[in-house]
Write a protein that binds this ligand. Structure first.
Ligand SMILES: Cc1cc2nc3c(=O)[nH]c(=O)nc-3n(C[C@H](O)[C@H](O)[C@H](O)COP(=O)(O)OP(=O)(O)OC[C@H]3O[C@@H](n4cnc5c(N)ncnc54)[C@H](O)[C@@H]3O)c2cc1C
Length: 405
């Protein structure tokens, strides 16, 4: 019995059937793979071309748990898996691998077709409310108030983020009822909140190719290069989501958390200073706001003038050197405070989960209950954006499925 038809559950079910097991997949929603369907902005970033060591490093200290899963089914295997089923993929910037069709729903379709081909019985609208156990062995599940017997359960109910996809965190309860313990659950890869009106006024603006630094109590702790998007409540986009992991963990204990955006990462301080001198020489006499529009998106001009204390009616043909230096510092250092983070509804993944020391990494079987396998995001594994999370779900699902032969 496989509980949950997401990335991990679909892979586990198909693989277990391929290995000769008779499989029933119980999915709570009316469709399987709803989260896959919205992943990667509807394009599904399936995995990443990074080598094993780098790949594992994207999971932080718990990454090593995945070594066996990745040894049994890694990026190349996943690519071959989909290509053999008529879904070619392509690699984009940062090693991100997507279906060439650009459609996440194609991934779901291919997985569903594979399950049909493997004679997996997929039961939709079938929420499991408990797993029954006798003498520490799985004996069945309760689903829609009925008891269904089985000797093996692969629990693949996902985390608790984006609950409208069906991932409402049921697996945490099902696992703890059987004696498993959890590390603290928190939203991860989640937009950050900012109370600063100057920043929320920028809602809708996306900055690409920026370098963003995270400061905890005014000490630089991390930095990321890429895209940041301003929202009505703060910031999102790949860079903000990646930095959110550390920010969320520190928000309780720290006095001040802030982000600093380098709007000119391609220029050194000296190069930028020279560029400004040239611009002011060439365009001196133009209104300052028009001149600044050549240096930044127009939405940032007001906030720049305000932050640097530059009057709108300043004569740019006699622009004071002191002010020009201030402008250069601001362009490399647009700094604002972070006040919090959004909830599970907007988090890409759930950090924390079933403690890894309670799971055998070579099979994904529970060390506490015989016949219980736990896979996917329900476990205490979480990675950066880039296709790592889906690969972990597919690989742990594959390994649990393979363990049924
Ligand atoms: C908006 C968004 C975009 C993302 N984009 C990417 C991306 O591009 N690349 C990437 O690597 N990762 C991405 N992720 C993360 C990735 O989708 C997840 O890590 C992955 O789907 C986890 O797989 P899973 O099978 O463990 O859980 P899920 O995919 O969440 O599947 C769990 C399934 O279990 C079912 N279920 C829950 N409770 C029960 C129950 N009691 N009984 C029966 N069934 C139940 C659910 O309905 C669901 O179908 C994204 C996540 C989000 C929210």
């Amino acid at each position: 019995m496989v509980i949950g038809g997401g990335a991990a559950g679909l892979m586990a079910a198909g693989r277990a059937a391929e290995c000769g097991a008779q499989i029933v997949l119980l999915e709570k929603m009316g469709q399987t793979g709803r989260k896959i369907g919205i992943s990667g902005k509807g394009r599904c970033n399936l995995t990443n071309s990074a080598g094993l060591t780098e790949f594992i490093s994207h999971f932080g200290k718990n990454g090593k748990f995945l070594r066996h899963s990745f040894n049994s089914f890694f990026t190349d295997d996943l690519v071959v898996f989909f290509e053999n089923k008529g879904l070619p993929v392509e690699t984009e910037r940062g090693g991100r691998i997507f279906p060439r069709s650009g459609r996440a729903l194609d991934v779901v379709r291919v997985l569903n077709q594979w399950l049909t081909h493997q004679n997996v019985s997929v039961k939709k609208e079938s929420p499991v409310t408990s797993i029954t156990v006798q003498d520490n062995r799985v004996t069945g599940v309760i689903c829609n108030r009925k008891r269904l017997s089985c000797d093996t359960v692969i629990l693949a109910t996902g985390g608790k983020s984006y609950p409208r996809t069906g991932s409402t965190g049921d697996g945490y309860r099902l696992a703890t009822e059987l004696g498993h313990s959890l590390t603290p659950l928190r939203p991860a890869l989640v937009p950050l909140e900012c109370r600063d009106k100057r920043v929320t006024r920028l809602a809708g603006l996306t900055l690409r190719n920026t370098n963003v630094r995270l400061y905890i109590d005014d000490k630089r702790k991390s930095q990321e290069f890429g895209e940041i998007t301003f929202t009505t409540t703060g910031v999102s986009g790949s860079v903000a989501l990646t930095l959110s992991g550390m920010a969320v963990d520190c928000l309780k204990g720290a006095d001040r958390i802030s982000l600093s955006i380098d709007l000119k990462p391609g220029l050194s301080d000296k190069q930028l200073a020279n560029r400004l001198i040239r611009d002011f020489e060439k365009r001196g006499g133009e209104p300052v706001d028009s001149l600044l529009r050549g240096l930044m998106p127009y939405q940032l001009v007001d906030i720049c003038l305000e932050s640097c204390g530059i009057p709108l009616d300043i004569d740019t043909s006699a622009f004071p050197a002191k002010m020009r230096k201030k402008l250069a510092v601001w362009l490399k250092n647009f700094h604002f405070d972070i006040s919090g983070f959004r909830g599970f509804n907007e988090a890409i993944i759930t950090a924390g989960g079933v403690r890894l020391k309670e799971i055998n990494p070579k099979t994904m079987e529970s060390k506490l209950i015989k016949g219980l396998f736990i896979v996917g995001e329900l476990l205490d594994i979480q990675a950066d954006t880039g296709g790592y999370n889906l690969q972990a779900a597919f690989s742990t699902g594959w390994l649990a499925g393979s363990s049924q032969s």
